[in-house]
Design a binder for this molecule. Structure first.
Ligand code: SF4
Ligand code: SF4
Length: 200
């Protein structure tokens, strides 16, 4: 099976992008005087779908560094989550199931957590390529704290663009033949790192 090579350059660039996201998020959170400290909830049970091979592969860069027994434990949790999630979806429910990477409230792969894990909390917006603006209200707690006094929000536009640019740089022409992705973190874990054979 031939793996889609994930090279050092792309790894460095996605790490830089994630770092920039973190800094921009922190700036906005600071201006809103908002943090996750003391949150009674944990948004790691949100049902999020992820769309890039780059994030999937980078997640696997982190998973490969885990001890084998830890990785097995996470895979087992991911399999259970996928079954439960399918049951809930078939009943018309949006799944609220804890992410398999969450260990007692903390992310076991913090450095490799995905874009939405980094941006979810604060209010944000993005302008799509067709010019349409999409807004995200932030998490329930931030909405409660900020209320109508939204003095700052995060602009996700350039971050999304950079992620797409990385996806294009890494996959090249393969990008047009590979299936469009819509995967949960649990599915990314159970499927293993992305492979070229995935495009069959
Ligand atoms: S990857 Fe980490 S931060 Fe993201 S949902 Fe899972 S446990 Fe939470
Ligand atoms: S992002 Fe919001 S809901 Fe999630 S842990 Fe932080 S404060 Fe809580």
């Amino acid at each position: 099976m031939s793996a889609v090579k994930f090279n050092e350059d792309i790894i460095r660039k996605i790490a830089e992008l994630y770092q920039d996201m973190e800094e921009k998020y922190d700036e906005v959170a600071c201006r809103l005087d908002f943090s996750c400290n003391g949150c009674p909830d944990n948004c790691c049970d949100s049902y999020f779908l992820h769309h890039t091979y780059t994030e999937w592969a980078y997640l696997w860069e982190g998973l490969k560094e885990l001890a084998p027994e830890k990785l097995e434990e996470i895979k087992k949790r991911a399999i259970e989550i996928i079954s439960a999630s399918e049951r809930m979806l078939s009943q018309g429910e949006r799944p609220t199931l804890m992410c398999p990477l969450n260990d007692n409230g903390l992310c076991a792969l913090y450095k490799h957590r995905l874009m939405i894990c980094r941006l979810h909390g604060v209010p944000s917006a993005m302008t799509r390529p067709d010019g349409k603006k999409i807004t995200f209200p932030g998490c329930f707690r931030c909405q409660k704290i900020v209320g109508d006094n939204e003095t700052a929000h995060l602009d996700r536009t350039r971050m999304y663009q950079r992620l797409v640019e990385l996806e294009m740089e890494w996959l090249g022409p393969k990008r047009t033949i590979l299936p469009k992705l819509k995967l949960t973190i649990a599915q990314m874990i159970v499927k293993g790192a992305p492979h070229l054979t995935y495009c069959r």
